[in-house]
Each structure stands twice: as structure tokens, then as C-alpha cells.
Design a protein around this ligand. Structure first.
Ligand SMILES: [Zn+2]
Length: 117
């Protein structure tokens, strides 16, 4: 009898864990789907911008490649990535992303960096 109660509570605890893991999996899947949508939208926007720039301004593929390399090298590495390095808030000394021009902790203005591109 006591053993049965113990077994039932173990089963209930396991069921709760499975349900929780299942919910987390669904959340991750939803996040990935949202990211895929955003990436698709960004790719579409980039293609449209490139088409306009090459048609209206006469910018060539070589110009684009040169600019990509220049920006890629701005963090000292030609690796196909732009690393956003942390900067320090001049007011509260907390570490911040270079993307932010305002401290998310104290609201102080920070100088814009290359990461703000
Ligand atoms: Zn701050």
C-alpha cells in the first residue's frame, strides 16, 4: 500500500517532468520558426536593397564584395562575421553591447560604435 503510493507519486512527478520538457521543446521550436521567418525577411530585404542599389546607383558586385571584406576586417579578422564587442558604460561601468547607444541599466548615453551598423 505504501509502496503503491510511492510509485504513484513517482509516476506523477515523471509525468510533470515530461510535460515540462515537452513545453520547453515547443517553445524552442516556436523560437526557431520565428528566427527563420525573420531571416527570410532579412534576406528578402537585403536582395531588394541590393537590386535597387545596383540598378539605380550602378554599384557592382566587386564594390559590394570589397565593402563586405572591409567591414568583416573591422574587427581584425576576415572570417565572414562581424563581432560585436562589449563596451563599458561611462556612468555605471557595466558591460554593454556595442549595438546599444544607451545604457540598458542606467540610461546613460554611450558613444556609438561600429556595432551600431
Ligand atoms: Zn550605465
Amino acid at each position: 500500500m505504501l509502496w503503491d503510493l510511492y510509485q504513484q507519486s513517482q509516476i506523477r512527478a515523471t509525468q510533470a517532468k515530461v510535460e515540462s520538457a515537452s513545453n520547453r521543446t515547443k517553445d524552442v521550436r516556436d523560437s526557431v520558426l520565428k528566427l527563420e521567418d525573420r531571416t527570410d525577411r532579412l534576406a528578402l530585404t537585403t536582395m531588394a536593397m541590393w537590386a535597387l542599389m545596383s540598378e539605380k546607383l550602378g554599384i557592382t558586385e566587386a564594390d559590394l564584395e570589397a565593402k563586405i571584406q572591409e567591414i568583416d576586417l573591422s574587427d581584425g579578422r576576415l572570417d565572414g562575421k562581424v563581432r560585436v564587442q562589449a563596451k563599458t558604460c561611462p556612468s555605471c561601468n557595466r558591460k554593454l553591447s556595442k549595438r546599444h547607444n544607451k545604457c540598458m541599466y542606467c540610461g546613460a548615453e554611450t558613444s556609438p560604435g561600429l556595432g551600431s551598423l
